[in-house]
Design a protein around this ligand. Structure first.
Ligand SMILES: Cc1ncc(COP(=O)(O)O)c(C=O)c1O
Ligand SMILES: [Zn+2]
Length: 413
């Protein structure tokens, strides 16, 4: 499948509105803010319809090529990024007396997080630009994801991450064979170094919040949700927010579909942040610009001092008529345990934050009985076992005979 014509007309700055030609590729606006890809929807509609999409046997997110900022799909797509299930939980919907409750389970991506969507499209973009080495600053998942997909596609990945990143994520990065540079400092320090490295060495940057390709990759989660619901979009989508790239992408996906006329509206997009890492939600609540915070939360993936895609995040919430919610670490960890034991889906803290945020919104009367709700589960609980162990206790071993078993089972129940 090759594109007939490039459907992208230009880039536009999310802040000052300046437009740029699509070639040559550029990361950001001259004003320092981030760019959007502007598609020529009329051109896309000429050769792509819901029906041609339905006939496409590719189950990965590459089925949405006409809405992606690259020319071609990779030859080998067998690792399968995207195409994750949207799972309905009627029991949870009944319990909370709402119309429908769905989990979009993006733990099923190859490296266990939604970030694979951005890495996959980013690597193809790098390939089309002739780049072989890709560098990323990351709290962990983007790096694990870049490392995994670079291994699959035969690229060189250089990862810059805070030394505090969970061991499981660092292990993934090294297992996949990427070069890992740990910094003494926060994710924000890693990000600043990655920017300097890209300037110095000219490598391709897969750092969230400067490369506009990445939110285009993340938007495929929204395209899938809409297609899985047969183009009837849900009422509210809960999204965990760190830099704001995922939520910006979710909005862009629903926006693109509305422009194509395939859907009739954009769902309300709810930004969920940890209480002590809530630069975006605080800005939303006080209707002011984003100010940096000193982030501190167990949910490492959303622990961000200064969000790098904050404007797209604010736009997603405001334009969709959504709102922001903050959750405490304790609420995140309780939600992780409740979600796993009621749904079978084991989410990392950043991801279970959406379930915690949903419960708070419900309690605050911000969820209606008629609502169809989707929560995004963006990363697997296996990525941070020490965090998950805070709400469980592993039982002491017993002598393996029935008497001890009876004693133990009596004690447990
Ligand atoms: C599992 C998970 N959830 C949510 C996020 C937050 O995404 P963003 O930084 O784009 O807001 C991340 C980012 O690392 C993540 O890994
Ligand atoms: Zn600008």
């Amino acid at each position: 499948m090759t594109k007939v014509q490039h459907p992208i007309s230009n880039y536009q700055c999310v802040s000052c509105g300046t437009e740029y030609e699509i070639e040559p590729f550029r990361y950001q606006c001259d004003c320092g803010e981030n760019l959007d890809y502007i598609y020529n929807y009329n051109l896309i509609k000429r050769s792509w319809s819901k029906q041609t999409l339905a006939e496409n046997p590719d189950r990965s997110h590459w089925r949405y090529l006409p809405l992606l900022p690259v020319q071609n799909v990779p030859e080998n797509r067998s690792l399968q990024v995207g195409g994750t299930p949207l799972i309905s939980f009627p029991e949870i919907a009944n319990e909370f007396q709402i119309a429908n409750f769905y989990i979009k389970d993006d733990t099923r991506n190859p490296s266990g997080s939604l970030k694979d969507r951005a890495s996959d499209i980013g690597i193809q973009h790098a390939t089309e630009l002739g780049e072989e080495t890709i560098v990323a600053a990351s709290t962990g998942n983007a790096a694990a994801s870049l490392a995994a997909l670079s291994a699959f596609y035969g690229k060189k990945a250089v990862i810059i991450a805070p030394a505090s990143a969970p061991k499981a994520k660092l292990t993934q990065i090294l297992q996949y064979g990427a070069t890992l540079i740990l910094v003494k400092g926060s994710y924000d320090d890693a990000f600043d170094l990655s920017k300097k490295v890209v300037e110095k060495y000219g490598w391709y940057s897969r750092s969230t919040g400067i490369n506009p390709v990445l939110s285009e990759g993340k938007k495929t989660v929204a395209l899938e949700i809409a297609e899985q619901l047969n183009w009837k979009v849900p009422d509210k989508v809960f999204v965990p927010v760190g830099d704001g790239c995922i939520i910006g992408g979710v909005y862009k996906g629903f926006y693109d579909l509305l422009q194509l006329g395939w859907t009739s509206r954009i769902p309300k997009i709810i930004a969920v942040q940890a209480e002590d890492s809530a630069a975006i939600v605080t800005a939303l609540m006080h209707d002011r610009s984003i100010e940096p915070v000193k982030a501190k939360t167990i949910a490492d993936s959303i622990s961000v001092d200064m969000p790098r895609d904050g404007m797209k995040a604010i736009r997603a919430v405001r334009k969709s008529g959504g709102f922001g919610v903050t959750v405490t670490d304790d609420e995140i960890l309780s939600a992780q345990k409740d979600l796993a034991s009621s749904s079978g889906i084991f989410a990392e803290p950043a991801a279970s934050a959406t379930y915690a945020g949903f419960l708070i919104a419900l309690n605050d009367g911000k969820v209606k009985k008629s609502d169809e709700i989707v929560i995004l589960i963006t990363g697997s609980g296996l990525k941070d076992i020490p965090a998950a162990q805070k709400k469980i206790s592993i039982p002491d071993p017993i002598t393996p005979d029935l008497d001890h078993f009876k004693e133990a089972i009596y004690f447990i129940s």
